[in-house]
Design a protein around this ligand. Sequence first.
Ligand SMILES: [Zn+2]
Length: 352
Amino acid sequence: MQEQLETIERNGLSALETIDDTDALESWRVEHLGRSSPLMDVFNQLGQLPKEERPAIGRIANQVKQSLEASYAEKVEYLKEAELIRTLRTEHIDVTLPGRKVQIGRLHPITQTMRRIYQIFAEMGFQVYQSRDVETDEYNFQLLNFPPHHPAREMQDSYYVAGEYEEDNPVLLRTQTSPGQIHAMREYAAEYPDDPPPIRIILPGMCYRHEQLSTRSETQFTQVEGLAVGKSITFSDLKGTLSDFNKRMFGMQVRSRFRASHFPFTEPSAEVDIECFVCGGQGCSVCKRTGWLEILGCGMVHPIVLQNGGYDPSIYTGFAFGMGPERITMLRHRVEDIRYFWTNDMRFLEQF
Ligand SMILES: [Zn+2]
């Protein structure tokens, strides 16, 4: 019986030597370690052996079994590795090829400019006040000192919303962010009508005008308006605030210039220019050889507007200003056509 076991082991191991694929290995396992293998026959016959021989033969049978199993496990590993090597040889992956980049989105150039404006005014204590896009004629014009048929309305051809409304008070898409001034003042004043609190806000948002499309005008554009109201606000506060804004926005060296102008809702009014940051004031195509770039409009809040907002103009004064993030972005990045901002051309947007 001992010889029989040695033969089983020898035959098994030599048969295993020649195997080089997993199918053959499986057949080998069934043949040499399976239920009807010669080895299992030996185990089955153990019970018929004389009692004194059983332990010795049993031990040898177990050793043979372990030896065959260990060799089998080794062969399994060997074949796995061989398979991997074969795959690596036949299925080449060129790891030196650059991978596909994950596309990361970015903020729209106008959003970037708006956020920079918020940041600068936040540092000066201005809060952001959001106001509605759809307005009544009363809020968009009348309360801001643009009476019906006032010539200043010529500049702001509007989109009207169809529907029933009072005569002279149609509903329209706001042509400016200024109606937010009235909403804000009324909201602040409603809380303490006898002694309304001071206001320091910026009002950003989309505005709409029925414009002829060109490189300089779009039918929708953003504005950032500012409003400060208090008991002793003067024109020098306005100048200081806006000169400081210009420095922080366009560079600490930049000089500001205030030119007299006219807006219905401010008195006195001014346009603010900055020294051209492209040519340093020498004159170039961007500043049209003047050395100055027009940046924003501003003025002291008109007494009628303060009154309409619920602030007594004999006690309170204030200043307001408005600027176009599109224009600022165009100047800063030398963008030549305002329509690029809304055409969603990736070649344009990817540059920011
Ligand atoms: Zn210039």
